[in-house]
Design a protein around this ligand. Structure first.
Ligand code: PBG
Length: 324
């Protein structure tokens, strides 16, 4: 009789036949930073912190020592620095460039990734510039935004970022950023494109962490419709053509089919972002012991990797690295 259970009979046999293994080397650890001297717990994301520069360097160092190769930094920008043209996003003396410098000088082998988008800096809370169209309706303008994103990417590259990661979903930004970086000699700076980024309710806790909610409207004219899969393939082909080095699907858990299909349609490394809402659901359900946090975290990450993501952005990176 054929008995599939023979391949499950002992830990040793299960180890032999396992198709997917997680490693701390798979993770990118997202970290929040603010321009204050103290570390602050984030109300909307229990267990996460807005770090001071000093706290950021220490936390990143601990993660790196656990085998995590990369961090991505998200800045909480002071309200008085937010403007409708988001000039602070390319201030060479701004918070992100200082954070990159601090991280790279303390941990030269750590890969430092930055998020390229205007929402933390924009008085409107949108990823792009907001302007009235000919009828007076507010519009998120594409091409003028891309010009600012290029400035922002250059600012991060000058400060020493290893990878810039445009999360804005404007058209044509990957090519424009690649050309700007190359023109200034940053040919080694990589682009991890948020390729299939959906207009998702799962980003809510993150926007709380940065106080970056859109002041009006939603992000549906630039982020993708959760109902669509073929559009993700189209974005993948375009980002690959425009020179992305790696591509990303976001969120991760509810979009495993997208990860699998994107993986089939590209030869680039595929990343997936287990976003703040996914984090919070697991945190909330395990707080009172309804779910076993460690088991659920490792299972959710295994599922994301099994679907085809070889890189996972997760707020659980440090915990998971410790558990593995
Ligand atoms: C902003 C950005 C967002 C996230 C990463 N970069 C929020 C948004 O698009 O509104 C979300 C991450 C998360 O929810 O964990 N460009």
């Amino acid at each position: 009789m054929i008995r599939p259970r023979r391949n499950r009979k002992s830990p040793a046999v299960r180890d032999l036949v396992r198709e997917t293994t997680l490693s701390p080397a798979d993770f990118i650890y997202p970290l929040f930073v603010h321009d204050k001297d103290t570390d602050e717990a984030i109300d909307s994301m229990p267990g996460c912190t807005r770090w001071s520069l000093e706290g950021l360097v220490k936390e990143a160092g601990e993660a790196h020592a656990l085998g995590i190769p990369a961090v991505v930094i998200f800045p909480a920008i002071a309200e008085n620095l937010k403007t409708s043209e988001a000039q602070e996003s390319y201030n060479d003396k701004g918070l992100v460039p200082r954070a990159i410098q601090a991280l790279k000088s303390a941990h030269p082998s750590l890969c430092v990734i930055t998020d390229v988008a205007l929402d933390p800096y924009n008085a409107d809370g949108h990823d792009g510039l907001v302007r009235p169209d000919s009828d007076g309706n507010l519009e998120i303008v594409n091409d003028d935004t891309v010009a600012v994103l290029c400035q922002q990417a250059l600012c991060h590259a000058r400060a020493g970022a290893d990878i810039v990661s445009p999360s804005d979903m404007m058209d044509g930004r990957v090519l424009a950023i690649r050309e700007s970086l190359d023109a200034e000699g940053h040919t080694d700076v990589s682009i991890l494109a948020y390729t299939a980024k959906y207009a998702s309710a799962y980003y809510g806790p993150f926007r709380g962490a940065l106080e970056s909610e859109p002041k009006a409207g939603d992000k549906k004219t630039y982020q993708m419709d959760p109902a669509n899969v073929r559009e993700a393939i189209r974005e993948t082909m375009m980002d690959e053509d425009e020179g992305a080095d790696m591509i990303m699907v976001k969120p991760a858990g509810p979009y495993l089919d997208i990860i699998a299909k994107v993986k089939e349609s590209t030869t680039l490394p595929v990343a997936a972002y287990q976003v703040s809402g996914e984090y919070l659901m697991i945190k909330a359900a395990s707080q009172d012991g309804w779910l076993d946090e460690k088991a659920i975290v490792l299972e959710s990450l295994t599922g994301i990797k099994r679907a085809g993501a070889s890189i996972i952005l997760t707020y659980f990176a440090k915990d998971a690295a410790r558990w593995l």
